[in-house]
Design a protein around this ligand. Structure first.
Ligand code: ADP
Length: 259
């Protein structure tokens, strides 16, 4: 089971990486595609300028084709469910942890509202919760308590970092709270660095993929932790469905029904 988890984490990281890369690449190629024809137009009587402009355009187009196939790999069959019930996500996580969680370790589920739901990709969000829970379990003594809590939250301008795509507003907070060893400043600063791990045989990819997943949902991932005081990860996902139009389209079939 361990190696399957590691494999799925690797695959997911690769897909997420491809997604991020293709967005960046597209932003680089787009201006070339616009500029090249303009150069050709203004080439005047010099045929070599026109030739070079065409060359630039051809290459940029080829790059865009690669971006398109990278994006389709990254998206895969990425389905957005507009109505994922948080309590059900938590219960599914509990089930998935059955074999891994020591019997003496308590698991508590606290949801503000049984009907609380979010829009998102179920597989990704489940994977994210699972990663956070596995870390929590590994950080705790066998008699620790793992708490999965959810409620509404609000993020203001000051709560969102400059490089985050999230917008101020109402959110749903999904928290994974452990009574484990907590972490030092140093560990906390490096949490999302690829391959950073303090565990023997760790991948150091779990939290990075969590963050990418949350970012894919226009959400925000926060950590609160102190040595000896346990750790709390908060996933904030937009309360209203503000996923990109393309992602929303995939959640509906032609007749406008949910897929
Ligand atoms: P891995 O679990 O393979 O080490 P992660 O990216 O999931 O990779 O985690 C990176 C590191 O962050 C861990 O090695 C650990 O030091 C620290 N960490 C993550 N979650 C917790 C937690 N709940 N409590 C204490 N430390 C944690």
């Amino acid at each position: 089971a361990e190696s399957e988890l590691v494999r799925s984490q690797r695959y997911e990281s690769l897909a997420l990486l491809a997604g991020g890369l293709s967005h960046d690449l597209r932003n680089i190629l787009q201006p070339l595609l616009i500029a090249a024809p303009m150069i050709a137009e203004r080439a005047g009587t010099d045929p070599s300028v026109r030739k070079f402009a065409t060359m630039i355009e051809t290459c940029a187009k080829r790059g865009m084709d690669m971006v398109a196939s990278m994006l389709s790999f990254a998206r895969g069959a990425r389905q957005i469910n507009p109505h994922l019930v948080v309590a059900q996500l938590f219960r599914a996580t509990d089930l998935l942890l059955q074999g891994t969680r020591p019997r003496t370790m308590a698991l508590e589920i606290e949801v503000e509202d049984e009907d609380l739901s979010v829009a998102g990709n179920e597989t990704e969000l489940q994977q994210c919760l699972l990663n956070l829970c596995l870390n929590a379990i590994q950080a705790m003594p066998p008699d620790g308590t793992l708490t999965l809590a959810a409620g509404r939250s609000e993020l203001g301008r000051g709560d969102i970092l400059e490089d985050e795509a999230a917008v101020p507003g109402e959110y749903v907070r999904l928290s994974v709270i452990d009574t484990g060893m907590g972490m030092s400043e140093e560990v906390r600063a490096r949490l999302f660095t690829p391959f950073f791990t303090t565990k023997e045989g760790g991948t150091g990819l779990g939290l990075l993929s969590c963050r990418r997943i949350v970012e894919n949902h226009q959400g925000v991932l926060r950590v609160h932790s102190r040595p000896g005081m346990g750790t709390r990860f908060d996933i904030h996902l937009p309360l209203r469905n503000v996923l990109p139009a393309a992602a929303q389209e995939r959640a509906f079939d032609g007749a406008g029904r949910h897929v």
